[in-house]
Ligand binder design. Structure first.
Ligand code: 13P
Length: 325
């Protein structure tokens, strides 16, 4: 999953999220359209073989077949990439905590993991959402309940021989500055690793998918690439044990190029400070360009594949610290 020069394609948009993405390109979100679009990505041999170590799928996709009847999972495997599965059931309102969320999906998870293993999944993802765009949030209660659920999920994955990706996402929505993001990310990661320890999760078989330490989208002073790289690496060195094999970032609403530039700055400027592989698990930052190029038309598939291959290659270079704009 964190092989040199490779990262993960997050193609696990839930039905609601993929509808939003398709609305933006005027494509109806039907089962066939979702299949056609994702098939186009998974058939991009150049990207899949050289830059993409694994693909996170949604429940519908792991069961789908390509137009010629080949399971989509097989397309991924044949390209030498690993199929993974999103297993959480989404962030729901946290009782008694206005504006905060807790991620659900633990009930029946052991049985679902066994089925996903049979379907070919070898890793999984669970996303917790920490919103900090308000005066009194996040609460300690929100972080404690979310990291507790992340650790329960991770322990169940390891029991099922599935590698857990633990994703505590501190959102970049809001006008907070980078230091506020730093503080909340630091607290969240410390809490997460305490809880993984308490629940006996093996860090050697766990991957972290965090946000970068970054300014809120509406913050009037936006931190530079160099500051983002420096503060993100510092924050992780303070909180993430060296036993963890890898950290794969979410893009979280950064532009395609920002997500690449920030990752590159960490790997280029801080290489000797990193005990873990630092790579990507991007959704939007890998897919915005191919979605736009595709626009729901079969004749645009080569253009969509070229756009995907380009972003995958740029991010691959960023994992090596070799990207330039
Ligand atoms: P983004 O890169 O679009 O944030 O998506 C990654 C992801 O999987 C969020 O859970």
């Amino acid at each position: 999953m964190v092989a040199r020069g490779k990262g993960i394609l997050a193609a696990d948009e839930s039905s609601g999220t993929i509808k939003k993405r398709f609305d933006a390109i005027n494509v109806e979100s039907t089962e066939d359209n979702r299949r056609d679009y994702r098939e186009t990505l998974f058939r991009t041999r150049e990207a899949m073989e050289n830059s993409i170590s694994g693909v996170i799928l949604f429940d519908e996709t792991i069961r789908q077949k390509a137009k010629d009847g080949t399971p989509l999972v097989k397309l991924i495997q044949d390209a030498g990439s690993i199929p993974g599965i999103k297993v959480d059931k989404g962030a729901k309102d946290l009782a008694g905590a206005p504006g905060e969320k807790v991620t659900e999906g633990l009930d029946g998870l052991r049985e679902r993991l066994a089925e996903y293993y049979e379907l070919g999944a070898r890793f999984a993802k669970w996303r917790a959402v920490i919103d900090i765009a308000g005066n009194d949030i996040p609460s300690g209660y929100c972080i404690a309940t979310n990291v507790h659920a992340l650790a329960r999920y991770a322990a169940l994955c390891q029991e099922a021989n599935i590698v857990p990706i633990v994703e505590p996402e501190v959102l970049m929505d809001g006008d907070h500055d980078i230091d506020r993001c730093y503080d909340v990310t630091e607290y969240t990661l410390k809490s997460l690793f305490d809880e993984l320890y308490a629940q006996d999760v093996a860090l050697e078989g766990t991957i972290l998918k965090p946000n970068m330490v970054i300014s809120g989208k509406k913050c009037p002073t936006q931190a530079s690439t160099a500051e983002i790289a420096e503060k993100t690496v510092k924050c992780f060195r303070e909180t993430v044990p060296a036993a963890l094999p890898g950290i794969v970032f979410l893009s979280g609403g950064q532009s395609d190029e920002e997500a690449t530039a920030n990752l590159n700055a960490m790997n280029a400027g801080h290489a000797d400070e990193l005990p873990w592989a630092l790579s990507f698990s991007y959704g939007r930052a890998l897919q915005a360009a191919p979605q736009k190029a595709w626009a729901g038309k079969a004749e645009n598939e080569p253009a969509a594949q070229a756009a995907f291959a380009h972003r995958a290659k740029m991010n691959s270079l960023a994992t090596l610290g070799e990207w330039s704009s």
